[in-house]
Write a protein that binds this ligand. Sequence first.
Ligand SMILES: O=P(O)(O)O[C@H]1O[C@H](CO)[C@@H](O)[C@H]1O
Ligand SMILES: O=c1cc[nH]c(=O)[nH]1
Length: 254
Amino acid sequence: MMEGDSMQQPHILLRPGDVSKYIILAGDPGRILRLANFLDSYEELAYNREFRTIRGSYKGVDITATSTGIGAPSAAICMEELIACGGKYFIRIGSGGAVQPYIKLGDLVISTAAVREDGTSRMYVEASYPAVADLELTKVIIDTCKELSFPYHSGLTRSHDSFYIDNEKEIVDYWNKKNILSSDMETAIVFTLAQLRAVKAASILNTVVEFDDDVKSGIEGYVNKEASTIEGEKREIMLALESIFRLEKISLKG
Ligand SMILES: O=P(O)(O)O[C@H]1O[C@H](CO)[C@@H](O)[C@H]1O
Ligand SMILES: O=c1cc[nH]c(=O)[nH]1
C-alpha cells in the first residue's frame, strides 16, 4: 500500500472506497465519456490532469472507468492510485497499430502478453520479468468476444515510449517477424504492475493504424472518425463491459 492511503490520491483525486473492484482504463479522457453512453447510469467522480474517472452501473454491475493519458509513466501513476483506492480487476481499452498485415482497421487485439519497450516498467523491475495478462480474465474476454462475434486476434503486443520517431518502420518490421500483433504504449506497464501488485489485468486494443500505414495518418483517420475505427472503439467498450458482467456472474456463482 502507498503511504497516505486513507487520504485523497494526489493525481486521480480519489479516496479508498471511491472506486469499484472492476476498472476500465483508456488513454483518452474522451473515450471515458463515450463509454459512459453504454452505462445505465453514471457520475463523474474526478477529472484532474489526464485522469478522468466515472463510476456507474452496467446491467447492475458497479463499474469504474479512468483515463490514464498517453504513455507508461502516467498509466503507472494512475494504476497505483486506483489500486490504493480498491481497484482489483483492470481492463485496458486502447487504440493500437497493427504489426501484422492481416489485422484490419477496427479489428480487436486481445493481448496475452507484451514486450516491455517502455522505460517505466524497467524502473520497477528488471527487463526479464514478464508482462503477462491475467489468464482467467483474458479467457473471459476471449469467450465473450466470440459470443459477440467481433473480429479479434489474440497474441503479443509491443508497448513503447516513442510515437514520432525516424525509424518507426524498421522497428515495426522487426517486431512483425517476431509474431507481434500490435503496438501501443501502456499494455506492458499495466500487465507488469498488475503482476507486481497482485491484481488482475487484461488489454483490448482497437486497431487504428494498419501495418503498411504510417502512424500519423492512421491516428488522423481515427480522430476524424474513420468508420471502422469508431466501430472498433464501440466494440472494445462493449466487450469490456460484457466481460465484466460475465465475470461478476461467475464470481456470484462461487
Ligand atoms: O488510445 P490510447 O488508449 O491512448 O492508446 C494509444 O493511443 C495513444 C497514442 O495515440 C497511446 O496512449 C497509445 O497507447
Ligand atoms: O501505431 C500505433 C497506433 C496507436 N498507438 C500506438 O502506440 N501505435
